[in-house]
Design a protein around this ligand. Structure first.
Ligand SMILES: [Zn+2]
Ligand SMILES: [Zn+2]
Length: 732
């Protein structure tokens, strides 16, 4: 390969990748002082100025006199060759145009602004003399965001007040105003502070991970351990070793509400807070994080999946906590799986990846079995408790009136807990009051006007909500179809309805509902979780939100209202998901000194998945599931791509789908097959009709290249959107 110049003299032609949706690099002249490959630049495009990165020499196939100059090189650390490789390979893998990849990598406001001073606002020392609603909102926002600083505009906007309200609070000392340099480095983390004492296999695991870090080479480890086995303490030792070697570390968490608890553990271990990156971070802090990660002023980043696209200088370790969690798959815009992208980025950066989970994804389990990943298992739990005893409640034997869901057996178990002063969790993975609203006169079910989905009653909001598009409307009093009055009735349970039932059954119990839609912000949710964990409720009613790693030390009973729920439907991963979710939920019980039990209400206790959950034979479950996938030639033993065509015009979507299915030459050449077109499982979302094709190929087939050739043959009408999802996680 020939050496490409890394520096361009003023006036030399450079090729710039911009964030604009164009299918090629654009030629510009290097600005005064020249520029390097990887420099972030501002370039003119028509009448606008846009962000770009110098990608290499220009093509020069354009009239040189018409070529414009780069406006300026931005004050940001240049993009490393490693990052450019990562973006390129991620683009190839996900079939995403490069400008969209660059947008993912530059999600920070004003990243080219020069360093300067500006005023920031934090919580002050004194109380205001007079409290108004507006003032209270400002102080609440500052408290809610902990120690984070705001600019005046950000604070006023978040609190919904005018800036004069903030200024008034500054005068009274209730809000502090400081001059602060933009983008300060983060406080140093000290890996030499003592960590928690580790037991036998924890210490051995920590040492194995540290040795992998010291190798300075790429590798992936599956760190498997039941809830409470000390996974976090173990991988924090790998972070410590990474920091000792002067390299940066990244920890991804599946949910922002978990971040605060985790930050505390990091602070206890390393003596300072790490860098946060997620949607709950202010724009001011987001910009600081992006810049400092790029300049090496941030040693450890804790965040959401998009943190993978931050401009790390020297990334030595990526930890993906709860690696099986579905939130790691981005389902709109650029469709990527953070787990796969982490492995890709680490392999380019000679970094280590740790995938931590109690219930790994089948993909990771198979990779560990085949030796592609190293496997580390933590067996012992902290304290005396073990995984809870699990048993089924056979609903065919239970006497329940209609529209009631808590069986007599489960009621009895809850009562025992109430008498002992212990907590119970009733788990139901359905938000709202009732999933279906039906007219008892004509049988009509209320559906969304824009989607092929039924609307869900949310009694708390007093509205019907479409969970596909978010559309809401007031609960009607007459049937929209037959106009009968007062005939609309809820069918089936959601957590709000379960709450109603529990309140009737246990009138003296304190009951709390945990569902994502009942909380305005992640921080409000976190406060509620802490309150419950410290004993503020006797019965917790929750959706899958509670399965995600929150600790409830007083909880000794988990009752799963409908263990069969996830087994319905044709989703490839239904069994795997149910198994993971039930194990995670059961793991909430008996974490501290007290032993716990989990009771699963089911109509099919003999179902293989339910039996595997109850017996605790995880390896047996994975082996059976792997064998089934292998026989069917589906992931992880084969490759798949989901293609969704959507259009306001159903016929148009079908016509294009049909044309694609006929022009399958490029796919047949690699031995792949096309299935469809067929209406997608949700055939209409936001007024767009959706048609689906599925492509299956062998594991080693060059799928992406063939897909690119295949879709390039067909001219797409303007109205039609085509999305390709490589290794789809869900079918909708
Ligand atoms: Zn009706
Ligand atoms: Zn809708």
């Amino acid at each position: 390969m020939s050496e490409l110049p890394s520096h361009f003299e003023e006036g030399a032609l450079v090729g710039v990748l911009t964030t604009q949706p164009l299918d090629r690099l654009l030629d510009y002249k290097a600005p005064e002082g020249g520029c390097f490959v990887g420099a972030f630049v501002e370039v003119p495009l028509g009448p606008r100025k846009v962000l770009g990165v110098v990608w290499g020499p220009g093509r020069g196939d354009f009239d040189i006199s018409k070529i414009r100059s780069v406006i300026r090189v931005l004050d940001a650390a240049p993009m490393l060759d490693e990052m450019r490789q990562f973006l390129g390979r991620a683009a190839d893998y996900t079939l995403t145009p490069m400008p969209a990849m660059l947008r993912l990598a530059t999600r920070s406001p004003g990243l080219g602004d020069p360093p300067s001073m500006r005023k920031v606002y934090r919580l002050g020392q004194s109380e205001p003399d007079r409290m108004t609603d507006a003032r209270r909102r400002v102080l609440e926002v500052l408290k809610e965001y902990g120690g984070l600083s705001f600019t005046l505009g950000e604070l006023a906007e978040t609190a919904g007040v005018t800036s004069s309200v903030v200024k008034g609070l500054v005068k009274q000392g209730a809000v502090s105003e400081e001059e602060s340099p933009r983008d300060l480095p983060y406080p140093l983390l000290d890996p030499e502070l003592p960590g928690k004492e580790l037991t036998g296999d924890q210490a051995a695991g920590a040492e194995a991970l540290a040795a992998a870090i010291r190798s300075g080479a790429y590798g992936t480890t599956l760190l498997k351990g039941v809830t409470g086995s000390g996974k976090t303490e173990v991988y924090l030792e790998a972070v410590a070793e990474c920091l000792r070697r002067g390299r940066q570390a990244l920890v991804l968490l599946p949910e922002i509400a978990l971040t605060a608890e985790f930050l505390k553990r990091v602070e206890a271990r390393f003596g300072a807070m790490p860098t946060e990156w997620h949607s709950g971070v202010t724009m001011t802090e987001r910009r600081r994080a992006w810049k400092m990660v790029g300049e090496g002023g941030a040693q450890l980043v804790v965040g959401a999946r998009s943190a993978l696209f931050l401009p790390f200088r020297d990334l030595g370790l990526i930890v993906i906590d709860e690696e099986h969690d579905t939130s790691y798959k981005q389902e709109d815009g650029v469709l990527y799986n953070a787990r796969d992208m982490a492995v890709l980025r680490a392999s380019i950066a000679s970094a280590q990846v740790i995938l931590a989970s109690a219930t790994p994804s089948l993909e990771s389990w198979v990779n560990a079995e085949s030796g592609k990943y190293t496997r580390l298992e933590l067996k012992s739990r902290f304290g005396a408790s073990e995984l809870p005893d699990m048993s089924a409640i056979d609903m065919r034997d239970e006497e329940l009136p209609s529209s009631r869901w808590v069986s007599p057996s489960l009621q009895a178990a809850v009562r025992e807990r109430l008498e002992a002063g212990e907590q119970s969790l009733l788990f139901l993975n359905r938000r709202g009051y009732a999933p279906v609203t039906i007219c008892r006169a004509c049988g009509h079910q209320i559906a969304c006007d824009h989607c092929d989905a039924r609307m869900v009653e949310h009694r708390f909001l007093k509205r019907l909500v479409c969970h596909q598009c978010g559309e809401t409307k007031p609960m009607p009093t007459v049937c929209p179809s037959c106009e009968a009055e007062d005939k609309l009735a809820p069918v089936g349970p959601g957590v709000e309805r379960l709450h109603e039932e529990a309140a009737e059954l246990f009138p003296d119990a304190r009951i709390a509902v945990l569902s994502s839609d009942l909380f305005g912000s992640a921080r409000a949710l976190k406060a509620k979780v802490e309150e419950i964990a410290s004993g503020a409720a006797d019965i917790v009613i929750g959706t899958q939100l509670v399965a995600k790693g929150h600790n409830f030390p007083l909880l000794t009973l988990v009752g799963v209202i409908d263990a069969d729920l996830g087994l319905q439907g044709s989703d490839l991963r239904a069994a795997e998901r149910t198994f993971q979710l039930m194990r995670q939920v059961a793991g909430r019980a008996g974490r501290a000194e007290r032993a716990g039990i989990a009771l699963l209400q089911t109509f099919q206790p003999e179902h293989p998945v339910i039996r595997a959950i109850l017996s605790g034979d995880e390896e047996g479950f994975w082996r059976a599931e792997a064998a089934e996938r292998k026989a069917a030639g589906v992931p992880p033993y084969g490759r798949m791509a989901g293609i969704v065509l959507s259009s306001p015009d159903a016929q148009e979507a079908f016509d294009v789908g049909g044309a694609l299915s006929r022009a399958d030459g490029p796919l047949r050449r690699i031995g792949a097959q096309v299935y469809g077109p067929a209406p997608a499982p949700i055939a209409r979302i936001r007024g767009r009709h959706r048609v689906r094709l599925l492509v299956k190929a062998e594991k080693t087939a060059p799928l992406q290249a063939a897909l690119a050739q295949w879709v390039a043959q067909i001219r797409l009408p303007n109205n039609l959107r085509l999305s390709i999802d490589i290794d789809p996680q869900s079918f909708y």
